[in-house]
Ligand binder design. Structure first.
Ligand SMILES: NC(=O)c1ccc[n+]([C@@H]2O[C@H](COP(=O)([O-])OP(=O)(O)OC[C@H]3O[C@@H](n4cnc5c(N)ncnc54)[C@H](O)[C@@H]3O)[C@@H](O)[C@H]2O)c1
Length: 326
């Protein structure tokens, strides 16, 4: 089987992980980075790949079929657009654009040219999140009422991106994937305690047309290290906890109920608590493999791009609200 010929731009902290996976799963032909140092480091590691500091030079190679973009967020839209216009499939780190309008443009461009545009929403490939989705869609939790995410820690303190953009994109992508709806209300409140204009602590509230609600607590000023998503259903409740090694997902048979003889008064029921087995597959590996399958025509090409656009739309609503324009 011929391997997809890939060019990657962005060889920084995250780019290393993507390059390792795409080198193993595909044919990594080009490595592009604005920094000479990064290019030299990668040239030693991937001697068969060509290196360049010029994105256009990589795109001009007709053999390159797909481009991986792992550069800083503000550069994503322009680079992804350039790559799609050059007829290349695109895997771009999250989020692919900072404004909804720009994202819609990328989605339309990819659709027009029948190209894959896949945002790198890593958590969607976590087997624990796949379990949550299966429990929700299979009806096991009953009607889902609310979802909330906790992504807190002490540090890493960012100076360029606030907690919503650096931490919240992960949880937002998961909440929208689980509920499969666009929020009709998305508000955020936060404070920039350390660096002016960069919120360290952000609380978000989302309400969906179905009546479901969601919340996200995002902070790098917190005593708890939490990577947790909780889903409350009418029949059962479930927690995904990425800090746990063996108990990534816990299902609680807890629910409200009405006993006929209490004349409609609400009671609560507490049953078993169980821990389903979750495969230990590396989410990044699954994510990269999914991109290759999409390019290979394995699934609905446009779904990942449309799901990504939903995330950018909600991010825009939350950002406007945080800035006092919501
Ligand atoms: N999915 C995840 O869990 C995850 C984790 C970390 C980072 N990321 C994402 O990965 C992306 C990169 O983050 P990072 O932490 O690796 O950043 P980084 O600063 O370590 O690396 C970015 C690299 O891009 C290069 N670069 C900048 N502009 C360029 C351009 N126009 N052309 C070519 N190269 C250019 C820089 O020289 C640098 O080497 C971001 O979008 C970030 O959100 C995702």
């Amino acid at each position: 089987m011929t391997r997809l010929k890939i060019g990657q731009a962005g060889l920084g902290y995250w780019g290393k992980n993507l390059a390792r996976n795409f080198d193993e799963l595909a044919d990594l032909r080009w490595l592009c980075d604005a920094s000479d140092e990064a290019r030299m480091e990668f040239a030693g590691r991937y001697p068969k790949a060509r290196t360049t500091g010029d994105f256009a030079e990589m795109l001009a190679d007709p053999e390159v079929e797909a481009v991986v973009i792992a550069t800083p967020v503000p550069t994503h839209y322009a680079l992804a657009k350039q790559a799609l216009e050059a007829g290349k499939h695109v895997f771009v780190e999250k989020p692919p654009a900072m404004r909804a309008e720009e994202m819609e443009e990328l989605v339309a461009l990819a659709e027009d040219r029948s190209l894959v545009l896949m945002p790198g929403h890593l958590l969607l490939y976590h087997p624990g999140i796949a379990k949550l989705k299966q429990l929700i869609d299979g009806g096991e939790l009953g009607e889902v009422l609310c979802v909330y995410g906790n992504r807190q820690n002490l540090g890493v303190i960012r100076k360029n991106e606030n907690a919503l953009w650096s931490l919240g994109v992960h949880d937002l992508s998961v909440i929208l994937y689980l509920l499969d709806e666009d929020p009709e209300v998305a508000t955020a409140q936060g404070r920039d305690f350390l660096t002016p204009g960069v919120e360290d602590v952000v609380f978000c509230y989302l309400r969906f047309p179905s009546g479901k609600i969601a919340h996200m607590h995002l902070s790098w000023l917190d005593p708890h290290k939490m990577r947790r998503m909780t889903v409350v259903g009418r029949e059962k409740m479930v927690v995904f906890d990425d800090m746990e090694l063996e108990r990534k997902v816990t299902v609680y048979e807890k629910s409200p109920w009405k006993r006929a003889e209490t004349y409609g008064e609400w009671m609560t029921r507490s049953g078993d608590i169980y821990i389903p087995k979750i495969p230990t597959d590396e989410p990044l590996r699954l994510e990269c493999a999914h991109f290759l399958e999409l390019v290979g025509g394995g699934h609905d090409k446009s779904k990942v791009a449309k799901d990504g656009a939903r995330v950018v739309r909600a991010l825009e609503m939350l950002t406007n609200s945080l800035n006092g324009h919501g």
